[in-house]
Design a protein around this ligand. Structure first.
Ligand code: SAM
Ligand code: DTB
Ligand code: SF4
Length: 333
């Protein structure tokens, strides 16, 4: 019997959502021959989603730079000389102007990011007003503001927030090589507060940070081991920014990025898997493979937070060329 037959015989795409994935199982998925991995990912994707649909969100950095944390990948950390200027929190009006433009551009969700370790209460009041304003435009809302306590998560929920983005970034083992100013457990605690407040969780990580295969296994196993899977799982390819400690790290083979997407899709079958940062330097072919591997959302618009993303026209042409269409709203809502 060929390997392919063995692998597919044991595989049940209709299996229920599981939070008991072992590292061995996740490792075995990464080790599958590429055609078998993509076949499984496609099958799971088609059992849960329309594979021709892609959800699009637009990002805005509402508070840029000057961050006290030491995340080795991040152009916004004050301690690295990256040329990103520290700015104050944007005004409500300016944010709503950007949100209107994002809506006119076709985005269904507006994601606001702040370069904070955690929000101060005064700043959170302001962000809650932004969430209310963006919701009133008829868009879904997402914010990423750093660590939260339970009270802060409850306040955001009250303002109507739909999603909170907080990434695990990598495996528990590699984490200490990337960030020392907060722990993995701090991140899990924040995710717990967001979940308890009834806000949808957006949580994923970054690959191409010099991690090993076992770290990609550990990251996906941790995400898929959460008691409730994140509704949205962003998989970022590191954007290498001059001045950060990771600016010269060895680039990851794009096929290993595709594999990470596929394993996320298989282990978290009902989650939206987002092909996130790194598309600016990705070929159309790699992006197409990511969609085949089960990615069904992207960030849309010429800027991520501080770094470039493909121009809108280019993305629309690609979506069109692939015969795909934009998902109006994610199916769970
Ligand atoms: N300060 C908040 C925090 O860290 O939670 C929110 C903003 S932070 C920029 C959001 C996420 O962006 C990070 O967790 C990281 O996963 C991602 N990110 C930052 N810089 C990146 C880079 N150069 N390449 C890829 N992803 C990056
Ligand atoms: C996520 O996982 N990726 C986005 C969003 N969540 C906030 C951010 C990517 C940032 C890339 C580097 C930059 O533009 O500063
Ligand atoms: Fe600060 Fe967030 Fe960047 Fe880390 S990822 S340095 S917390 S802005």
């Amino acid at each position: 019997m060929s390997l392919a037959t063995e692998n597919t015989a044991a595989f049940n795409p209709a299996a229920s959502v599981r939070s008991d994935w072992t590292r061995e199982e996740v490792r075995a998925l990464f080790a599958l021959p590429f055609p078998d991995l993509i076949f499984q990912a496609q099958t799971v994707h088609r059992a849960n989603f329309d594979p021709t649909e892609v959800q699009i969100s637009t990002l805005l950095s509402i508070k840029t730079g000057g961050c006290p944390e030491d995340c080795a990948y991040c152009p916004q950390a004050a301690r690295y000389d990256t040329g990103v200027k520290a700015e104050k929190l944007m005004s409500l009006d300016a944010v709503l102007t950007e949100a209107r433009a994002a809506k006119a551009g076709g985005a269904s969700r507006f994601c606001m990011g702040a370069a904070w370790r955690e929000p101060k209460d005064r700043d959170l009041d302001q962000v809650c007003k932004m969430v209310e304003g963006v919701k009133a435009l008829g868009m879904e809302t997402c914010v990423t503001l750093g660590m939260l306590n339970g009270g802060q998560a409850a306040r955001l929920k009250k303002s109507g927030l739909d999603y909170y983005n907080h990434n695990l970034d990598t495996s528990p083992e590699y984490y200490g090589d990337i960030i020392t100013t907060r722990t993995y457990q701090d991140r899990l605690d924040t995710l717990g507060h967001v979940r308890d407040a009834g806000i949808h969780v957006c949580c994923g990580g970054i690959v191409g940070m010099g991690e090993g295969l076992e770290d990609r296994v550990g990251m996906i196993a941790t995400l898929a081991g959460l008691p409730v899977h994140p509704e949205s799982v962003p998989i970022n390819m590191l954007v290498q920014v001059e001045g950060t400690p990771l600016s010269d790290v060895q680039k990851l083979d794009p096929l290993d990025f595709v594999r990470t997407i596929a394993v996320a899709r298989i282990t978290m079958p009902r989650s939206m898997v987002r092909l996130s940062a790194g598309r600016e330097d990705m070929s159309e072919e790699t992006q197409a493979l990511c969609f085949l591997a089960g990615a069904n959302s992207i960030f849309y618009g010429p800027k991520l937070l501080t770094t470039p993303n493909p121009e809108r026209d280019r993305d629309m042409q690609l979506i069109d060329k692939l015969g795909m269409t934009q998902m109006d709203l994610p199916p769970r809502d």
